[in-house]
Design a protein around this ligand. Structure first.
Ligand code: FMN
Length: 195
């Protein structure tokens, strides 16, 4: 029988590189929160829906992010670029709910247009989301819940997208999550034509 940490090692070491959702939320009391999540992907293009996982901590408590999303129904997914990956890492400490990780990291909060949580100004892509559904897979330690959020507004820095809506990866410079303390850049790319 594999233990929960062993299962995590096999999964996180095999399912990679993973994109990182840098999620901003606000608590019911209005305290901003910012945290990275790499169990993250697209659930649907039409409607545009993102899915972000929050694990249950070893002491069975929930992360502030999912608590805030449950209370407010809103979050912003910001895409992490190489130049602020260090600041992103600062936000991943286990801080109490009254700590604003924008302050901890020095990243710039920018008011959103349709939702309360601020966006990360440094992020070239920011997606304002409204919660559709929370799916709890397991509430055991190292279990988790999925937050499905519909993108209600895209914000794209001018230089990251062209008139044909192609994202320029040399401007976005996204980082991927590997296992342990590992990350990767998206700098060695190739094309394949579909049959
Ligand atoms: C790059 C990166 C990816 C992470 N991915 C996840 C994830 O997919 N799920 C998760 O629950 N925690 C993940 N974490 C850990 C959370 O970011 C961390 O527990 C954070 O403190 C949660 O903050 P909160 O309690 O303010 O929501 C990740 C951390 C890093 C640095």
């Amino acid at each position: 029988m594999l233990t929960p940490p062993e299962l995590y090692k096999l999964l996180a070491g095999s399912v990679l590189p993973r994109p990182i959702a840098f999620v901003s939320t606000v608590s019911a009391d209005g305290v901003p929160n910012l945290s990275p999540f790499s169990f993250f992907t697209i659930a649907s293009s039409d409607p545009p829906v993102l899915v972000v996982q929050n694990s249950v901590r070893g002491n069975r408590t929930r992360k502030d992010t999912i608590g805030n999303v449950e209370a407010t129904g809103e979050f912003v997914v910001n895409i992490v670029s190489e130049d602020f990956v260090g600041a992103m890492n600062q936000t991943a400490g286990e801080y109490p709910p009254d700590v604003d990780e924008f302050v901890v990291s020095g990243l710039t909060p920018v008011a959103s247009e349709l939702v309360k949580p601020p966006r990360v100004g440094e992020a070239r892509v920011q997606m304002e989301c409204r919660l559709l559904q929370i799916v709890t897979v397991s509430d055991k330690p190292m279990g988790g819940s999925l937050m499905l959020g519909q993108v209600v507004r895209f914000h794209l820095h001018d230089d990251v997208v062209d008139a044909g809506l192609h994202i320029n990866l040399d401007v976005l410079r996204p980082v991927g999550r590997l296992s342990g303390t590992g990350y990767c850049r998206v700098t060695d790319r190739f094309d394949l034509k579909r049959p």
